[in-house]
Design a protein around this ligand. Structure first.
Ligand code: HAX
Length: 442
């Protein structure tokens, strides 16, 4: 058994027995009240699952196993001479709950290199799609084509014991994460670079090799990819991509099936596709004004026009956060440290100054502050990646680390098939009537 697996196994045995005990001893403890509004409005704030890898605070933002993003940017291992963390490190942290050493991270880099070979039929499946198919659709098809290799589903068909689920989920997840950059880069080079593919460089870490296969050789994009792929990994369990992966996995669908489902959710414009939308929205503003930097008044007018047209301002708002997303701040800091001047990044900054009071003045938007997607595209454009509709694939490659680490935990802790109840509006009306009747008696 490899050392990462061994470490995970030891931790999982302890937590699984704690969970059994918690359910047995405190299973009746109430965690909250469910309101009619929550049931109708996307279950906001309703605790409905357990996710070990990260936790979101509305005011403070994300913590991964207790660590904030600024802490992780300092404390996670880096490439030699590097300034940003290696995503391998945050995967280790999410999986075993401890900060990794440099050796732990090197182990994962090597392990992902060993597992990174993508079977030819996967590329054939992608090639069968018209080249203008959205990259997220091609990405999901690539993941589905790799499902043929699932060791989880093969072991299940042979009759594996429940105790072995996590082990096969780990194997599938490690293989899938190892192969995703190659599949994503293949789609990028196919769609935008005339099919001039670039072989992996096994001397590079996972993120740097991804930048290389995409065709970005300088240190700048490698550094950005390390940060990008670290901060997008996870956002606790309730967001659409994480929840979908967890839900589909709960039917014992293997990690390929579960992750592909999650990626279909990430491809929605209210979730991961917002990063593409932000750039299109900014470029439309620039074009309308004939290029150059807009004034703050022009930005304000543009935001108001977006709202009047009944559209959302992409990159702003959040279902849980009530402050600026620390993932936005990390990217802003990256801009100030490494880039210093860029027109699109300046517009992002100006929108940040202008948008919140306008959004707040609508009286209905609960969080007028920027989320992760408000900044990411501007950094990518600066380094030469102008293909906006590819951005969500980058997000997806990163998100794999969090949702698959969680999926391994689900299988290790015996998380059951998810099956919440649902009501009809007639049921709710009946409950309202009953509540009114008992209130009038009291
Ligand atoms: N622009 C305009 N209207 C907005 C808005 C925005 N940025 N954010 C919220 N609203 C509107 C909602 O559409 C809703 O309107 P209706 O009552 O007419 O339906 C109202 O304000 C209340 O919404 P909310 O409670 O504040 O927000 P939700 O929890 O329902 O939705 C969203 C959260 C992130 C989906 C929302 O803020 C939004 O659509 N933002 C723009 C798209 C975006 O940036 N998505 C990425 C989010 C982060 C993420 O997942 N990244 O992957």
């Amino acid at each position: 058994m490899d050392p990462l697996k061994e470490k995970f196994k030891a931790k999982a045995e302890v937590l699984s027995s704690e969970i059994k005990d918690i359910i047995k001893t405190h299973g009746e403890l109430k965690l909250g009240e469910i309101t009619v509004a929550q049931v109708y409005q996307g279950m906001r704030g309703m605790p409905g699952m357990v996710t070990e890898t990260s936790r979101l605070d509305p005011e403070e933002g994300i913590r991964f196993r207790g660590y904030t993003i600024p802490e992780l940017r300092k404390q996670l291992p880096k490439a030699p001479g590097g300034t940003e963390p290696l995503p391998e490190g945050i995967f280790y942290l999410m999986l075993v709950g401890e900060l990794p050493s440099q050796d732990d991270v090197t182990f994962i880099t090597n392990e992902w290199q060993k597992r990174s070979n993508v079977p030819k039929h996967v590329f054939d499946v992608i090639e069968a799609m018209p080249v203008d198919t959205h990259p997220m659709t091609q990405f999901v098809l690539g993941i589905m084509a790799m499902q043929r290799e699932s060791v989880f589903s093969k072991a299940y068909a042979k009759g594996m014991s429940k105790k072995e689920y996590w082990d096969y989920a780990y194997e599938d997840s490690m293989n899938l994460i190892a192969r995703l950059p190659r599949v994503a880069a293949y789609i990028y080079r196919r769609k935008y670079k005339g099919g001039a593919h670039i072989e992996p460089d096994h001397k590079l870490d996972w993120a740097a090799n991804f930048a290389h296969m995409l065709g970005y050789e300088g240190l700048d994009m490698k550094r950005l990819m390390r940060l990008y792929l670290t901060i997008h990994v996870d956002h606790e369990g309730g967001n659409v991509s994480a929840h979908t992966t967890h839900l589909v996995g709960s039917a014992l669908s293997d990690p390929y099936l579960a992750f592909a489902a999650g990626m279909n959710g990430l491809a929605g414009p209210l979730h991961g596709l917002a990063n593409q939308e932000v750039l299109s929205w900014i470029m439309e503003l620039k074009e309308t004004l004939g290029g150059g930097l807009p004034t703050k008044d022009q930005i304000a007018e543009y935001i108001k026009k977006t709202l009047t047209e009944g559209k959302v301002v992409p990159g702003y708002g959040h279902a849980v956060l009530r402050k600026t997303d620390p993932r936005f701040t990390a990217q802003q800091d990256f801009y100030k440290t490494h880039i210093k001047h860029d027109d699109i990044c300046e517009i992002v900054q100006m929108v940040y100054e202008v948008a919140p009071p306008i959004l707040e003045s609508t009286g209905k938007i609960k969080n007028p502050w920027p989320n992760v997607d408000a900044h990411s595209g501007a950094l990518l454009v600066h380094y030469g990646m102008h293909e906006f509709d590819f951005y969500t694939v980058l997000f997806g490659v990163s998100r794999a680390l969090g949702v698959l680490a969680s999926l391994i935990w689900d299988r290790a802790t015996g998380s059951p098939i998810e099956r919440p109840g649902s009501l009809t509006t007639d049921n709710i009306k009946a409950k309202i009537k009953a509540a009114q009747a008992s209130a009038s008696k009291a």
